[in-house]
Design a protein around this ligand. Structure first.
Ligand SMILES: NC(=O)c1ccc[n+]([C@@H]2O[C@H](COP(=O)([O-])OP(=O)(O)OC[C@H]3O[C@@H](n4cnc5c(N)ncnc54)[C@H](OP(=O)(O)O)[C@@H]3O)[C@@H](O)[C@H]2O)c1
Length: 367
């Protein structure tokens, strides 16, 4: 197997695990023997451990001595409860070449893994497929570097950019295939965030309803300054399996509703307000502290506007159907104070595909 093919396979393995192994990054690893035959593969386990390298080295079908390890991130150099680090595992296995696209941003490993490997006489190649690797684990990178997770905005809109008709009805603007695809997005994120009006008007469950992936439904986050959430909301069912976090304003201390929600098992995070709105960055910082790498925002209009205004959206997934709703419908993004076009955040088109009767466009923030 050629090294570039091995790296592309490792990247696919890494992608597969997104949304399933936070707080760890999702890593893929391919082991080749000294003749470049594929003898092992793995990706980060569902709970974050064992790491991809350990999985790959545990299930070998050949001899790794003198072989190559192709990994999508620098192998860890820190021990976990006295277990060997991945760097040590690779050294002990007799690997003679390690190929990685990027260093681990985690201070415990950053550069140390590479140094240790080189010290043991192992050749280390760094840098190929750097953009692809960073793209896959941008959530982890952002959490460590900027203390906030990656934020993806999902919109299901009409041709004229509306997400609901005048009455608030939004079910369903897009077709079944697009909605199913949206569920796969949920599984690949660690948490899903919505504004309180979306919970009140749509009463969504926010689970991933793809057969076999239900258990990877993300944690739900509701932005609700005044704890207006109805206790009968679908998101509050089955809190044991599908936890809910509510962001609310500070000093709601006497709220009996708050006590009730806490008793039900809801986590409450209190945030500062600015102009009577919760400071969303503070909420994202709190989620980063809890280890969340990837957040999917599913509206509504006001939450999306606030996040865009605060420059907190990294990716957009726009599902568009061929209907017009008109100016009396609800815009996908509410009002925000853009003073001139040069200040607008620009996104570039990353991918586009047809999903039956809908189009999905993936946009990425231009940094
Ligand atoms: N087609 C789609 O893809 C889609 C997806 C989702 C929703 N929708 C539609 O969108 C509609 C709801 O959207 P919406 O804009 O009315 O409400 P929303 O964005 O769901 O919720 C907005 C509310 O969140 C609270 N909030 C707290 N801090 C905030 C902040 N910093 N920025 C913004 N909001 C903050 C405010 O209520 P408090 O002050 O009470 O906290 C605010 O009124 C529904 O009709 C739903 O059907 C469509």
């Amino acid at each position: 197997m050629q090294l570039n093919v091995a790296m592309r396979s490792a990247l696919s393995l890494a992608k597969k695990g997104l949304g399933m192994c936070y707080p760890n990054p999702s890593v893929g690893c391919i082991i080749l023997d000294k003749y470049n035959n594929l003898i092992g593969l793995g990706n980060t386990s569902k709970t974050g451990r064992p790491h991809a390298e350990e999985v790959a080295l545990t299930n070998l079908v050949g001899n790794p001595k003198g072989g190559t390890a192709v990994i999508t991130l620098e192998p860890c150099a820190h021990k976990n409860n006295n277990n060997l680090s991945c760097t040590e595992l690779l050294i002990n296995a007799g690997i003679s070449h390690v190929v990685i696209p990027i260093l681990d941003p985690d201070k415990r490993t950053h550069g140390k893994g590479v140094k240790l490997l080189k010290k043991s006489g192992i050749k280390v190649s760094v840098g190929s497929y750097k953009d692809e690797a960073l793209d896959i684990n941008y959530g982890f990178y952002s959490r460590i570097k900027y203390n906030r997770p990656l934020v993806s905005l999902k919109l299901a809109s009409s041709l004229d950019g509306k997400i609901a008709i005048k009455t608030g009805e939004s079910k369903w603007i897009t077709g079944e295939v697009a909605r199913l695809h949206g569920h796969s997005l949920r599984a690949s994120h660690d948490a899903i965030l919505v504004g309180i009006n979306t919970v009140v008007k749509d009463n969504p469950s926010l689970d991933c309803r793809i057969k076999g992936l239900e258990k990877y439904s993300p944690v739900k986050v509701v932005v609700d300054s005044n704890l207006k959430i109805p206790l009968s909301s679908k998101v509050l069912k089955n809190l044991k399996d599908h936890p809910v976090i509510i962001w609310t304003k500070k000093n709601n201390i006497k709220s009996t509703k708050k006590d009730k929600l806490i008793r039900m098992g809801v986590s409450i995070i209190e945030l500062k307000q600015r102009n009577k709105k919760l400071v969303l960055l503070e909420g994202l910082n709190a989620l980063a502290k809890k280890g969340f790498n990837r957040i999917l925002v599913e509206g509504g209009s006001n939450i999306s506007a606030s996040l865009i205004e605060s420059n907190l959206i990294d990716n957009v997934y726009l599902y568009r159907n061929g209907i017009f709703i008109g100016d009396d419908g609800l815009s996908s993004v509410g009002k925000y104070k853009l003073k001139n076009l040069s200040l607008a955040k620009r996104f570039k088109l990353k991918d586009t595909r047809i999903l039956d009767g809908d189009v999905l466009e993936e946009w990425k923030l231009i940094n």
